[in-house]
Design a protein around this ligand. Structure first.
Ligand SMILES: [Zn+2]
Length: 312
C-alpha cells in the first residue's frame, strides 16, 4: 500500500491506498445533470499510464484525502458543484501548495485527482491480499445494473462500453451471435447501435459469444468469445480456454448476469380473497436498453487494439 505525501513539505495527503486498474471512463462526463457516484472504491487509487494521459491521471476517492483543504473559490461555469475546470482546488495543510483537484459537479464522477508533479507515493505497509475468483463471484457480490427506479446505473453503462470494446476487437467486424439469455438481452441493443446494416464485413464466419467464468462454463462447443469477469484488483480477465478470446466485464455485473438475471417467475395458484389487494410491487426494470458511454468505448477500443486484452 502507499500513502501519497506532499512533494514540497512531506505532509501525508491520503490514507494508505492500494493500487487498482485505471477505469478508462474516469474523466468522462455522463448524461446531462446526472448526480454521480464516487468513482473509486474507498482505500484504492488508480493511475492512467497511457501516453496520452493528461495531468489528471492519479485518482482517489475524495474521502481518502487527508491533511488537505478545499480552496473556496467561484466556479462560474460549474452547474451543481465543483467541476475543477479551473485547475487544482485542493491544497496541502502543511505548506499551502496546490496538490489536487476535487470534482463533484453533476454528470462528473465524484473524485479527487492528485497532481502528479506535486505529490509522491511512499510505501505504507503490505498490499491487500488478492481475492480469489470464488469469493469475488459469490451471488451476494452481484451488482444490479439499474437503480431503485429502474434507471441504468452510470457505472454499468460505462463498464458495458469497455466490454463492448473488447467484444468488437475480438469480433473484428464479424457478425456475433449469442445463446438466448441475459447476455443476449443486455448486448443486443447496443450491438445493433454499433453495427448498423451493411457495416459488418461480408464473408466472415460468425463469432459465437457466451458468458463464462467461475462455476459457469459454456455448455456445448466452446464459444469464440467469452464474456468473463475482470478482477477488480489485478485487472486480469478470468482465464479462458485456448482459442477463446476474453471480453472482460466488471466482476460485480458479471456475477449479476451469471447468478441473478432472468430468474424464472414462480408459478402462483389460487387467488386472493375478495376485497384484498396485492401490495407487493414488482421490482423495477429498465424500460429501454442501456446506452453505453460511447466515448469510453472508443478509447477502450483504441487501447485494446494497441495493447491487447487485459490492458483495459
Ligand atoms: Zn505540503
Amino acid at each position: 500500500m502507499e500513502v501519497f505525501e506532499c512533494g514540497r513539505c512531506g505532509h501525508a495527503l491520503t490514507v494508505p491506498l492500494s493500487r487498482v486498474p485505471y477505469p478508462v471512463y474516469a474523466d468522462f462526463g455522463y448524461g446531462n445533470g446526472h448526480p454521480m457516484p464516487v468513482l473509486m472504491e474507498a482505500g484504492t487509487y488508480a493511475v492512467d499510464e497511457h501516453p496520452a494521459a493528461t495531468s489528471r491521471r492519479i485518482v482517489i476517492a475524495p474521502g481518502d484525502a487527508h491533511g488537505t483543504t478545499l480552496a473556496g473559490r467561484r466556479e462560474p461555469e460549474a452547474c451543481c458543484g465543483i467541476d475543477g475546470h479551473d485547475g487544482p482546488n485542493v491544497t496541502c495543510v502543511g505548506c499551502g501548495h496546490e496538490v489536487a483537484t476535487r470534482v463533484d459537479a453533476c454528470s462528473l464522477w465524484q473524485a479527487t485527482w492528485l497532481e502528479p508533479d506535486a505529490v509522491r507515493p511512499v510505501p505504507a505497509g503490505p498490499a491487500r491480499p488478492v481475492a480469489d475468483w470464488a469469493a469475488l463471484t459469490e451471488p451476494g457480490c452481484a451488482i444490479e445494473p439499474w437503480d431503485a427506479t429502474g434507471r441504468w446505473e452510470p457505472r454499468w453503462e460505462a463498464e458495458l462500453a469497455v466490454t463492448l470494446a473488447h467484444l468488437a476487437a475480438a469480433a473484428d467486424g464479424a457478425l456475433v451471435t449469442f445463446p438466448d439469455g441475459p447476455l443476449a438481452e443486455i448486448l443486443r441493443a447496443p450491438l445493433d447501435q454499433l453495427y448498423r446494416p451493411g457495416q459488418r464485413a461480408a464473408g466472415r464466419p460468425v463469432r459465437r459469444v457466451a458468458l463464462a467464468g467461475p462455476g459457469l462454463r459454456p455448455s456445448g462447443p466452446l464459444p469464440d468469445i467469452a464474456v468473463v469477469p475482470r478482477h477488480p484488483q489485478t485487472g486480469e480477465a478470468w482465464p479462458t480456454p485456448a482459442g477463446v478470446v476474453a471480453a472482460p466485464l466488471a466482476v460485480g455485473y458479471w456475477t449479476y448476469l451469471a447468478h441473478h438475471h432472468g430468474r424464472p417467475p414462480t408459478r402462483v395458484t389460487g387467488r386472493l380473497p375478495a376485497g384484498v389487494e396485492p401490495d407487493d410491487l414488482l421490482p423495477p426494470r429498465p424500460w429501454h436498453g442501456p446506452y453505453p458511454v460511447w466515448r469510453a468505448y472508443q478509447v477502450a477500443l483504441e487501447r485494446v487494439r494497441g495493447r491487447g486484452v487485459g490492458a483495459v
